[in-house]
Design a protein around this ligand. Structure first.
Ligand SMILES: Nc1ncnc2c1ncn2[C@@H]1O[C@H](COP(=O)(O)OP(=O)(O)OP(=O)(O)O)[C@@H](O)[C@H]1O
Ligand SMILES: [Mg+2]
Length: 315
């Protein structure tokens, strides 16, 4: 695809907040095709060994085994890549490949996420969403395929108790900057303030608040602020709202939406909740280790409802 085509697909897939819900069908299809990046796999092709093994070295790509640090190659001199994240034909097995009990969790995932986009990933339990997200974060290592993720990237876990570790909110949000000798105390305080404001906790008193006194949703937003403080290009968020009540859930998803709009970071948001799709720019559906659908939030919601109806009719 030419860069112009990529850019127009990116523009088409990034409507203004006002018309986000009403992406034109043609523009949406074009954006979805660009995000999928390759023809959809058939069930027959899923079972084949991937044609291409991780090689690395080709321009703009790196093997999943390589760490992603610093600046990444760009498609044309002087032009930043329009993609926050590009994955091509990723394969990952939990356990030793071919050994009894091993699980082929990723079976040829191809997906692209444009910069500055709130991108949601849905799919049935065990289809590979967390495995894929952890691969984007560098926490899992695919054995084949190619992956490029803009740096820096930040991962937020489902349970904030695994991430929010300091006694006060301010100390926790600043925690990730602890090894940044280049930042003055004033700059750290400014960044903490900005990150808390981005998740709607910027009332001034929040930084001194004891973490133990926060609600689940507030704690989750502190975890997100702790990720934002490092100015990530890519935010990776795994089912943040599972344990939250309705009000906290809405607050957290809106906080991420706002952070994406304010900072220009891209967010990949894994969820089971169809109602959250209204906050996304684009979404994908995953089944059995592959991405099978990419489209607008409305399209993915409609697809899932159709699957649910078909399942109910078969029972
Ligand atoms: N550490 C692991 N060791 C072995 N198998 C694993 C491991 N992690 C995940 N799996 C298996 O890999 C497959 C994909 O799991 P994954 O957690 O990625 O799914 P998911 O789509 O996130 O599911 P859920 O919606 O329940 O969170 C599942 O069959 C799961 O049992
Ligand atoms: Mg999961």
């Amino acid at each position: 695809m030419s860069l112009t085509a990529v850019q127009s697909a990116t523009r088409a897939s990034r409507p203004s907040p006002r018309d986000r819900a009403g992406v034109g069908a043609r523009a949406s299809r074009r954006a979805a095709a660009a995000c999928l990046g390759a023809p959809r796999r058939t069930s027959a092709s899923r079972t084949r060994t991937p044609a291409r093994r991780a090689q690395g070295g080709s321009r703009g790509w790196t093997s999943p085994r390589a760490a992603f640090t610093g600046a990444l190659p760009v498609p044309n001199p002087g032009e930043a890549s329009p993609w926050a994240l590009e994955a091509e034909d990723l394969w990952l097995t939990h356990g030793e490949r071919g050994a009894p009990g091993s699980v082929d969790a990723l079976r040829g995932v191809t997906i692209r996420v444009p910069r500055g986009m709130m991108f949601m990933l849905l799919g049935p339990n065990g289809c590979g969403k967390s495995t894929l997200l952890r691969s984007f974060a560098g926490l899992n290592t695919p054995w084949a395929g190619r992956l490029r993720v803009q740096a820096p990237r930040a991962f937020v876990f489902q349970n904030p108790d695994h991430q929010v570790v300091m006694p006060t909110v301010g100390a926790d949000v600043a925690f990730g900057l602890g090894n940044r000798a280049d930042l003055s105390d004033d700059e750290i305080a400014r960044r903490v303030e900005r990150a808390l404001a981005a998740v709607n906790l910027g009332d001034g008193a929040m930084a001194d608040r004891q973490v133990s006194t926060l609600s689940g949703g507030q704690k989750q937003r502190v975890a997100i602020a702790g990720a934002l403080v490092e100015n990530p290009e890519v935010l990776l968020l795994d089912e943040l709202t599972t344990f939250l009540d309705e009000a906290d859930q809405a607050g957290v998803v809106r906080a991420v939406r706002r952070a994406v709009d304010d900072t220009g970071a891209a967010a990949v948001w894994v969820t089971h909740r169809l109602e959250e799709l209204e906050h996304c720019d684009m979404a994908a559906y995953m089944e059995d280790g592959v991405i099978t659908q990419v489209g607008s939030g409305d399209f993915i919601r409609g697809y899932i409802r159709q699957q649910q109806r078909a399942y109910a009719a078969r029972r």
